[in-house]
Ligand binder design. Structure first.
Ligand SMILES: C[S@@+](CC[C@H](N)C(=O)[O-])C[C@H]1O[C@@H](n2cnc3c(N)ncnc32)[C@H](O)[C@@H]1O
Length: 214
């Protein structure tokens, strides 16, 4: 997926992936990460998700990565805060109390730029990427977050019914990316009644990725 694909989506406001409510699997399962208030949570490919509002209100700090400046401007507007803006390498850094958003390609974010995080919340990030990029993404995510535990939310459907993104990632796919690095726990599969554009039967799946090292 070229960067222009996503910029076009935001320019045309074709953002069906943006949920009008906080993700229910986040609310239900986030506590399984056993974080403390004040811990820092990384949201890769964050868009302008309302999940950021929920995490901030719940007392966590948020770090996000997003290609689209339009999305990030809309995010800060909805939060009602004015960010301080600076440049970090190839990225723009929007910063305000308890929130850092890096605008640009996630592959340009380093551990040093981002600082340490305590957990990752991936909703519709791994599934937004084509198969040929997913391995690189998973490894990069593990690298820049120091293998922080993750709550991972994916979609699963018959891939030949529809072209992604979002792509379908089945149990085998999740294991392929993360089983060697994490203790993987499948938490829930929730069917999406309306499917995707009426074309495919879809389930939203939640996974907990916990650190295996002591
Ligand atoms: C499917 S959306 C999910 C957004 C968000 N996680 C949510 O739940 O609403 C994927 C987002 O990732 C952004 N994106 C795609 N590729 C990216 C990349 N390589 N680096 C940073 N952001 C990217 C897109 O602009 C888009 O906003």
């Amino acid at each position: 997926m070229k960067e222009s694909f996503w910029h076009n989506k935001w320019d045309k406001n074709e953002i069906g992936f943006h949920e009008s409510e906080v993700n229910s699997l986040l609310i239900k399962h986030f506590k399984k990460l056993n974080l403390e208030k004040g811990n820092r949570v990384f949201i890769p490919l964050c868009g302008k998700t309302l999940d950021i509002h929920w995490l901030l209100k719940s007392g966590y700090k948020v770090v996000g990565a997003e290609l689209s400046k339009l999305a990030v401007n809309q995010l800060f507007k909805s939060l009602g805060v004015e960010p301080n803006i600076s440049i970090k390498g190839k990225l723009e850094h929007y910063q305000a109390k308890n929130i850092d958003i890096f605008i640009g390609n996630i592959f340009n974010i380093s551990k040093e730029i981002m600082g340490s995080v305590d957990a990752v919340y991936d909703r519709a990030a791994l599934v937004a990427l084509p198969q040929e990029t997913r391995n690189e993404y998973a490894n990069h995510l593990v690298d820049i977050t120091g293998k922080a535990p993750q709550l991972l939310i994916c979609y699963e459907y018959e891939q030949n019914m529809m072209q992604g993104p979002p792509f379908s990632i089945c149990n085998v796919g999740v294991k392929q990316h993360y089983a060697e690095l994490y203790n993987l726990k499948f938490i829930e599969s929730k069917s999406i009644i309306e499917g995707f554009k009426g074309k495919a039967k879809v389930a939203e799946t939640a996974w907990l990725l916990q650190n295996t090292s002591p």
